[in-house]
Ligand binder design. Structure first.
Ligand code: EPZ
Length: 419
């Protein structure tokens, strides 16, 4: 199986110790895109140095915003030049979150030309909700030759109802609205913690965004935004992944810097499954030890169970006692980790949007392939619990969203090496 890089894991070691979570990828990407809106010189702190973040920095520099990674996971921004309005094709196709630049470019220049972001392994990932929001704000939109062309004489505030509480659409419309004329009200908005972090960053630069974290967000347009230094929240998906690593290996791990209110559904489900969890003001302790039992999960928009934790939780259900049902309601193709888990001895049956997992006493090491970011994390978790050696191929997917995960697990005692 040809691959650029792979991990070797020998399972069965209970993880012990303390680990520090990194900054949130899904907060860093929209906040970096929002730097197009925010003039001046300032630093964004606690930015995880991930492949996707590096792609976004290239995007900013190509649009005229100087952005560079500095010591200690900071990004220095100098936004004092004219903003270009065409986003490079090779960057948007490398990372669909690059489409977050559409709203900011529109707000700054009134004209944005951004390639249609491709789908990805987990789904077609349409942008119709983003475009419907822009249209309500007075933007003429045409799609030709694979580019979305957006033009407006004056970006105007509007009342916008999102057909689905899309995270990206909420963020894109919110960013555009900060420099629009008048008031924008976003109804049925996404409520994820990353939405609140973006709003806090924009407000620190003089924007007026109220209601972030609820289903109705009100934005009063301003004439200009000027930047302050800002630190990004911890990555709740990395925290959740480390929590499951502790539970699945029956270890005892303290995740420093984790915010419990960002990961409440997972805390509840892990406790239901028999893990012990103590929430402290500076982090979360997860300790297993006893038998894990099966539970059902259904992914939902925040504050429901996060789709980005579905694959990782399924690995835990593979070795729990009983039968667990996983229902994936957000993405149409987010069960690609199932076949790889079955190669490790898991007993899983997929029926449309549901996976039925019959817990088995033990998983066995095998050669497995990463298909998408969170599936990769799930296979590593399964390898940590399996008996024998697991080789995980396709690490290029993993480094898009996890900073240094193998080393973090190794620091907790995991027998994991990369080649
Ligand atoms: C964000 O993606 C995250 N990415 C995803 O994390 C996360 O899984 C997702 O939100 C849901 O929480 C970033 O923040 C960079 P959506 P996004 O718009 O904004 C449909 C990870 O692993 N939809 O909330 O693209 C869409 O097809 C990644 O870190 C439309 O139909 O997610 C999907 O079924 C994966 N039309 C659902 O909504 C639209 O215009 C949720 O998508 C937009 C979305």
């Amino acid at each position: 199986m040809p691959t650029k890089s792979r991990l070797f894991i020998t399972g069965g070691v209970p993880l012990q110790g303390t680990v520090v979570s990194s900054g949130a990828k899904n907060a860093a990407l929209p906040i970096l895109a929002a730097c197009i809106l925010v003039k001046g010189q300032y630093t964004i702190k606690n930015v995880p140095p991930l492949k996707d973040v590096m792609t976004m920095l290239k995007m900013l520099n190509s649009l005229g915003v100087r952005a560079e990674l500095i010591q200690g996971n900071g990004v220095m921004i100098i936004n004092d030049r004219k903003i270009r309005h065409i986003a490079p094709y090779e960057l948007v196709t490398a990372m669909r979150a690059s489409f977050f630049v559409a709203g900011p470019i529109l707000a700054r220049t009134g004209f944005a030309k951004v390639p249609l972001p491709g789908g990805c392994a987990i789904g077609t990932r349409p942008i119709d909700i983003h475009l419907k929001g822009f249209k309500s704000m007075g933007v003429d939109i045409s799609v030709e030759h694979g580019f979305v062309q957006m033009l407006t004489q004056q970006l105007t505030g509007a009342r916008i109802y999102l057909d689905f509480p899309s995270v990206g659409a909420t963020e894109n419309v919110m960013m555009a609205a900060t420099l629009a004329v008048g008031t924008t009200i976003i109804e049925n908005a996404a409520q994820e913690p990353e939405i609140i972090d973006l709003a806090n960053f924009l407000n620190s630069a003089g924007a007026s965004v109220k209601g972030a974290g609820t289903s109705t967000i009100t934005i009063e347009g301003q004439s200009e935004l000027r930047g302050q230094n800002y630190a990004i929240i911890p990555d709740r998906v990395e925290v959740g992944t480390l929590m499951i690593a502790a539970a699945i290996t029956k270890g005892d791990v303290f995740i420093e810097g984790a915010y419990a209110d960002h990961i409440e559904p997972l805390i509840r489900k892990l406790k239901e499954a028999g893990a012990s969890i103590d929430v402290h003001n500076n982090g979360i302790r997860v300790y297993g030890g006893n038998e894990l039992n099966s539970v059902d999960i259904e992914t939902m928009p925040f504050p429901g169970f996060p789709t980005d934790m579905q694959a990782q939780f399924m690995s835990l259900l593979c070795v729990a006692s009983g039968t667990g049902i996983v229902t994936e309601t957000i993405f149409e193709n987010r069960f690609m980790h199932v076949n790889e888990l079955i190669r490790m001895g898991a007993n899983i049956r997929v029926d449309q949007r549901q996976a039925i997992i019959q817990g088995v006493g033990q998983l066995y090491g095998a050669e497995v392939k990463i298909t998408d970011l969170r599936a990769g994390a799930a296979l590593i978790l399964a390898g940590l619990a399996a008996s024998g050696k697991t080789s995980v191929y396709g690490l290029e997917h993993l480094i898009r969203g996890y900073h240094d995960l193998p080393n973090k697990l190794q620091s907790l005692g995991a027998n994991i090496t990369s080649q």
